[in-house]
Design a binder for this molecule. Structure first.
Ligand code: ADP
Ligand code: MG
Length: 684
């Protein structure tokens, strides 16, 4: 059975099941879906006489003899001599004296061997080859296209091949065809059982590529069917029609003119809200592009039409900042704003919740605290989620459910190419703010080694003496919030000593909300000149007079994080600077820092990030409540993705609840595997 524990597969016992679990393999199905990392073509045997130094080859020959010697250092070296009529090759093993006897007994027999050729004045040699006697059975390891699997300690390629082969024998025929026959025919997809066999043990390069296409198609297809179901769900909901001339009112409260991009996106939002079904829109815009204004516009429309709004942000500091900025603008218009974050006192929370329930507040700004059960709205009409990549699908859904099909606006600073957006955000309409407010100068980014740290801070000091402000971000510590806070404290202490004439402030996640707010306020007012912080300032903080950011141990951060952090400066018209302090060890970290110094373009950074990390980690598809992509490469398999998307959309249009007979296996698969993510859907 596909779902039975892997230890029941032939060749897997209790002990090996434990080893496999470290690879994320728990069930028999997981074993089948443990795809090779790559394949090696070992079908063709090369003549020994034609071997070239350094190439990887398979050879086939007769065992002539075996001999052993002991090196000066006491190493036992066994060499078996193989002849294939074109020449003689030595197969060499170190410290495996029993190999001599083994090969003596094989004298005159034919074997195949695979490995890297070493040519020297002693002749042709292959060290530690994979090898096998040619017997009656088909070999899994030689004389064919051979899979190379991701492994962990305690299991070898040979063992893995054997286990997967025996799993295939029993289970491949049990795999269910979830792609309806008409689509399989249209796209010429091979049967799943064949594809599964071929992806592991391909008969030919062509079969391998067809098998891969079939499995990649299936991954995309499932994903797109789920997305199509969600999309249809939203479209079917009855919403309200909210109409209000928002531009007039915006002009009155904003101290600046909207950019063209902001104007266009606000028009799209206003149109969504005017139409009968609920808005479900994603706003994509690089850091500093001015997404908050779009949120403000949506809030004005909803409130003017008599509805309450909720804005959820991932951190308390960001929520508090939104609260301050928005209440400043909305207060003169008579719009009531309330803050709800975990750090409030019990009494404050209780009061906030009362205001929300009784409809005595128009906008609630908060964190996850908004999701708590006893937060009940009188008439929630608009939900806004800032920095949406920090939240999961379920959290988005929970907030929605506090209203009756409210309008939904989500905002993100992670720009991704359109095809990719279709895979992860496929159920959302997308607007892009592709323009920064006028007068922004590109941030200058420097990468300095740790040895020049003093120089970095003398530069900071110079800027502060010119009237600017600065951030210093302490090294990232993922293990614990407490250690993270300590790291910030330590850095603040260091810098106070290093820069005795500068007013240094400290901000970290362990502080009480009141304290945090006081610090942020002092920073906004210029009373603090250098703000030392944990990476919590990463999202959204906006102080235009801060023009320098120093990131300590920058090599510990991911690209997206670095770009977000850098986005804390360059928010006004003055030249801003980002200083990355790092002496990286690995090549990847070096590459990230390099990219940061080369570009300010969030789009390019996202692409580089994707290339460095791979799509799985980049998107965290799990978090979006979507199936994992194991084989598919979102960057390279765009054509298959588009086909799968087209087919999925058509299928759901024709059979919106997957009730047709030919779709029942698909419906069952989705229910069984993604039950939680599609809880709210009515299918099958
Ligand atoms: P983000 O997209 O990163 O959330 P914000 O909404 O925080 O960006 O805006 C960044 C800064 O740019 C804020 O200080 C905001 O007041 C300012 N800003 C936004 N739109 C404009 C504009 N059209 N002209 C000038 N400044 C703007
Ligand atoms: Mg923002």
């Amino acid at each position: 059975m596909l779902e039975s524990p892997v230890r029941y597969i032939k060749g897997v016992g209790e002990k090996r099941a434990y080893v496999l679990s470290k690879l994320g393999i728990h069930s028999a199905r997981d074993l089948l879906y443990h795809f090779p990392r790559r394949w090696e073509d070992r079908r063709y045997f090369k003549k020994i006489g034609e071997l070239i130094d350094g190439e990887k080859v398979s050879i086939l020959g007769r065992v002539i003899d075996a001999e052993s010697t002991v090196s000066r250092k006491g190493l036992v070296i066994v060499k078996a001599i193989i002849d294939d009529n074109s020449g003689i090759a030595y197969l060499t093993w170190f410290n495996q004296p029993y190999m001599k006897g083994r090969f003596k007994s094989l004298k005159g027999k034919r074997i195949v061997a695979y490995g890297t050729v070493k040519r020297s004045k002693w002749g042709v040699e292959i060290e530690n080859p994979e090898w096998e006697e040619i017997g009656g059975e088909d070999s899994l390891n030689l004389g064919r296209i051979v899979p190379i699997y991701p492994l962990t300690e305690g299991i070898s390629q040979l063992q893995m091949r054997k286990i997967i082969n025996s799993a295939l024998e029993f289970l491949a025929p049990q795999l269910v065809e979830i792609i309806p026959p008409s689509i399989r025919e249209k796209r010429k997809l091979m049967p799943i059982s064949v594809a599964m066999r071929e992806i592991h043990f391909p008969t030919s390069a062509k079969d391998l590529s067809e098998a891969r296409r079939r499995l990649v198609y299936e991954e995309f297809f499932l994903l797109q069917v789920i997305i199509a179901l969600r999309q249809k769900e939203y479209k079917e909901e009855k919403g309200r029609s909210l109409e209000f001339d928002v531009f007039g009112e915006l002009e009155r409260v904003l101290p600046f003119k909207l950019t063209e991009a902001q104007r266009r996106v606000i028009e799209e939002v206003a149109r969504d809200m005017r139409e009968g079904h609920p808005m479900n829109r994603l706003i994509q815009g690089d850091v500093g592009s001015g997404k908050t204004v779009v949120a403000l516009a949506a809030i004005l429309i909803a409130v003017r039409c008599g509805y309450q709004c909720a804005l959820m942000a991932p951190t308390e500091i960001l929520a508090e900042q939104h609260f301050i900025v928005l209440s400043n603008m909305l207060f003169p218009l008579g719009i009531r704003v309330t803050l709800l974050v975990g750090g409030l006192t019990q009494r404050e929370k209780k009061l906030a919740k009362q205001l929300i329930t009784q409809g005595e507040t128009d906008l609630v700004v908060g964190t996850h605290a908004l999701l708590e059960e006893d937060v009940e709205f009188k008439n929630l009409g608009l939900v806004i989620i800032d920095e949406q990549h920090r939240f999961g699908v379920m959290q988005r859904a929970t907030l929605r459910q506090k209203g009756l099909n409210p309008e939904v606006l989500v905002m993100t600073a992670t720009p991704i190419p359109r095809t990719l957006a279709l895979t992860v955000y496929g159920d959302l309409d997308i607007s892009v703010i592709d323009e920064l407010p006028p007068g922004r100068q590109p941030i200058k980014t420097f990468w300095v080694p740790k040895s020049r740290r003093k120089w970095a801070y003398s530069f900071v000091r110079e800027q502060i003496k010119k009237g600017q402000q600065a951030y210093a971000v302490c090294p990232l510590i993922e293990e614990s919030e407490k250690l993270q806070a300590e790291a910030a404290e330590k850095l603040a202490g260091d810098l106070s000593r290093l820069l005795p004439d500068i007013r240094v402030g400290l901000l970290h996640g362990q502080m009480r909300p009141k304290e945090k707010e006081e610090i942020m306020q002092a920073f906004r007012e210029g009373k603090i000149e250098l703000l030392v912080s944990t990476p919590v300032i990463e999202v959204g903080i906006d102080v235009a007079n801060a023009t320098v950011i120093v990131i300590e141990d920058a090599d510990r951060f991911g690209l997206a994080q670095l770009h977000q952090l850098r986005g804390r400066v360059g928010r006004g018209e003055k030249q801003s600077y980002c200083i990355l302090i790092a002496t990286p060890r690995g090549e990847e970290a070096r590459k990230r820092l390099q990219v940061m110094t080369e570009t300010n373009d969030g789009f390019r950074i996202a692409e580089e990030d994707l290339a460095i990390r791979g799509p799985g980690e980049f998107f965290g598809t799990r978090q979006h409540g979507l199936p994992d992509l194991k084989l598919a490469n979102i960057l390279k398999d765009v054509k298959i993705l588009e086909e799968a998307r087209e087919d999925a959309m058509e299928l759901i249009a024709n059979d919106p609840h997957l009730r047709k007979h030919e779709h029942r296996l698909l419906a069952r698969e989705i229910r069984e595997r993604f039950g939680e993510a599609i809880e709210m859907l009515d299918i099958g």
